[in-house]
Design a protein around this ligand. Structure first.
Ligand code: GDP
Length: 328
């Protein structure tokens, strides 16, 4: 087990904007050990007043869309041109199967990884989606308290994790490939509906014309979706991360969005609703963790599984018996 420190150490190092302290705190919030959870809660309480002051941006797209190349170009723009400190976090539920991570590969985002204004943290391996999303949510707050002004949360664009990311970011960016009629059908409608902006990637060379056509297609497709409660109309743009085009426009789009939602109460309301979502999510996750960690449950579950398989007891009765045994 990694070394642990007193609660004050984590809080002080984070507020001093120290990266090593931040990394250690993130390792702590990624742990599911009950003693670590308790320490993590105390750290979170101390840094809470210093969190919240960043622009939280979710970035998603299927593998191959050019996500890491885009994040590198956009990230270098945010840090080098805008002079803002950037943290890049990832939610990658597949990493528990492969043991790897979408950000684990050292060759990805090389220049950003070497950028002193940027902090890149791979998705924790070996956790359930629920576990990863909880620790990512807490990591966002730790990064904010450590002085990061822009946070990217990256996902692989294939399902559930996007819904979770949407519950922790202010702005949701969907990356799409041109050339596209079929993809327009194939992309999950739910993910399209969440997007505050769509970026058609690799808009260079022979692809440029196709990207322009795709932009028009997606723009009209987005008009079919009901207008968001914010009053924002999602924007579609094109970009080449290799040629560094269309990057500053995306930052401008995010700026216009923030101006709109901060003008009224929408921004604040959305963050409050997200907090409530995480309250409920935490209750669910904590109950599950505690239930499955109970020795009585660990001992009896396999026997009951066999009985259910043999049809000797119903799934519902078995569940009830375990719940009684767990004394939760
Ligand atoms: P990811 O799997 O979504 O992270 O995609 P990558 O960033 O690894 O990119 C996948 C492939 O697309 C790589 O071969 C990149 O070189 C290429 N690629 C990424 N961005 C661009 C771009 O802006 N233009 C062109 N032409 N190719 C790109």
């Amino acid at each position: 087990m990694a070394k642990r420190f007193p609660v004050e150490y984590y809080a002080e190092r984070i507020l001093a904007h120290d990266r090593l302290g931040l990394s250690r705190a993130i390792t702590l919030v990624e742990s599911t050990l009950p003693s670590d959870r308790e320490l993590a809660h105390r750290v979170m309480d101390l840094v809470l007043p210093y969190s919240g002051n960043s622009v939280r941006i979710g970035i998603t797209g299927v593998p191959g869309v050019g996500k890491s190349t885009f994040i590198e170009a956009f990230g270098n723009y945010v840090t080098n041109t805008l002079g803002k400190k950037l943290a890049v976090l990832a939610i990658d539920p597949t990493s528990q199967k492969t043991g790897g991570s979408i950000l684990g590969d050292k060759t990805r985002m090389e220049t950003l990884a070497g950028n002193k204004m940027a902090y890149i943290r791979p998705s924790p391996a070996g956790q359930s989606l629920g576990g990863v999303t909880r620790s990512t949510r807490e990591s966002i707050m730790l990064c904010e308290a450590a002085g990061f002004e822009v946070i990217f949360v990256e996902t692989v664009g294939v399902g559930q994790s996007e819904t979770a990311v949407n519950e922790m970011v202010d702005f949701f960016l969907l990356l799409m490939l041109a050339g596209a009629g079929d993809e327009l059908q194939g992309i999950k409608k739910g993910i399209m509906e969440m997007a505050d902006a769509v970026v058609i990637t690799k808009a260079d060379g022979q692809n440029l014309q196709k990207a322009r056509v795709a932009r028009a297609e997606y723009q009209s497709a987005l008009h079919l979706f009901p207008h968001a409660a914010s009053g924002w109309v999602p924007k579609v743009s094109i970009s080449s991360a290799l040629e560094n085009t269309g990057i500053s426009e995306i930052w401008k789009t995010i700026g216009s969005y923030l101006e709109l939602v901060k003008n009224g109460s929408f921004f604040e309301q959305k963050r409050q609703n997200q907090n409530l979502h995480w309250l409920h999510e935490s209750i669910r996750q904590t109950l599950l963790d505690r239930f499955f960690a109970k020795p009585e449950v660990v001992k009896t579950l396999p026997e009951l599984e066999q009985k259910v398989l043999k049809g000797e007891v119903s799934a519902f009765a078995a569940a009830e018996e375990l719940l009684q045994l767990s004394h939760l």
